[in-house]
Design a protein around this ligand. Sequence first.
Ligand code: PEP
Ligand code: MG
Length: 553
Amino acid sequence: MAEQVLAGVPAAPGLATGAVEHWPTPLVADASSVGADDRPQALSAALAALQGAADEMAGLAEALESDREILEAGVLMAADPSLQASVRRLVLDTGLPAAAALLAAAEEQALRLDALDDELLAARASDVRSIGRRAARIAAGGGRPTGGGPRVIVAADLGPADVAELGAGLRAIALAGGGPTGHAAIVARSLGVPMVVGLGDAVLEVPEGAELVVDGDTGTAVRDPGAARLETAQAASMTRARDRQLAASRSGLPAITLDGARVTVLANAASALEVRGAIAAGADGLGLVRTELSFLEGTAWPSALDHQLLLEPILAPLGDRPATVRLLDFGGDKTPPFLRQADGRGIDLLLRHPLALDSQLSALVAAARGSEVRILIPMVVEAAQVRAVRQSAVRIAAGRGVPVPLIGAMIEVPGAVSMIDQLVREVDFLSIGTNDLTALQLGLDRSRPGPAPAHHPAVLRLVAATCAAARIAGIGVSVCGEAASDPVAMPLLLGLGVDTLSVGSSRVGQVREWVRAVDLAAARSIAAQALQLESAAAVEELTAPLRSVLLAS
Ligand code: PEP
Ligand code: MG
């Protein structure tokens, strides 16, 4: 059969192949009505799928070394009589087909849990949604998933938590919808899983179990791949696995430049899975925990307990390594349903909701007792924003008789660089968010595909000014945007005075390798020249020899 190439948009790089596993979402579940005679059969299918989901989770729990209880709780939820009663009512009375009834019943239960006074139960809402999706997939796909073999997940859309949850055997993700800068894409990139979005409904029609090659560099997915393409994709998957092993075997080597400067390499993470991968590759800790990603479907501001439940599994594998936890950066493309009408973004929005800020700070201050936790403030522009956060943190820490964690500001709005002399007086450290900084400085829309060169001289000048102010104030500067793992930008950032790089979990080993290949004195001289150039293209030309050295390392 001839190959069929489906065109989409690249979201996470890499080439991979695997058997298709459909992951239904409410967008794709067939909600047409089932006739009265067929309803008992649809109900049996729904209840069998629920049991199948419970069996699957029990199997997964058994295979896990840690965090078993999360999956075991899912097994219990699948057997919950009220969930089963909802499924029964939705199929028999309303006529929903099995998959749609499972999703709707899980959503009903989740909303009920969301609304409860018992915070612990309310925090389980996302687990119920997850078991609903798993059962619906079984009902829609007509069978058990492909087990531990290489899988390509196909869905209409996925949330970042879904991506983190997909786990072992996941080779690639192909979405009918979604956006390349969406946060599901950030998590996929962090995990090193190739992903293509915007493939349209055609990808949803690829049968369960069929082989699909996903090319996250060109933004394509290929049905019925020919032997040569299949072989290339399999080889690419094996190379990625080997790179991971190599990173693990070299994780004990220090990240020191050729001329002896130590660079701290941290990881960006929103899930325990990413943290474990980062540590295996030698990460010195976490430079950015994107807390808001876990609450994008939220119906209210997260409580202190919600934050605690999010943080515990992320902090647990770290030992005494530091974790830089960002305060909720809601707004823009990270706006949960309950904030649709709200103004502001990042810290500006959070400061309008002081109780929500207190809830997160309480969880962070409590977590800082057992771990080295630092607080990072998103989208800062004014010194008063930092003072307000510090004031609340001091009050909460004093109430518990514990020290105040270190507090840092993200530099990701050009206005913050204009005010940098004032900001450095208020913070313990700075972290440059090159993703937003580049888009805002160059007037680009982050949510659209296309180049966003952080190595543009207009952006490098902001980085240089930030590093200069930090040096005078005697505080450290990290970069936690994607530029920290970009072979063009990374040596320039070090040359401009950045001392810490925080990168996606799957990039930690590679970036540590690059650090060992950089001559810092040469990087400083090239960075100084880059500041005087006129365009990103000119910087690319200037840095070509440096880049070749990195890519050969
Ligand atoms: C950034 O803007 O560079 C950043 C790290 O934050 P986010 O990508 O989460 O907006
Ligand atoms: Mg940002």
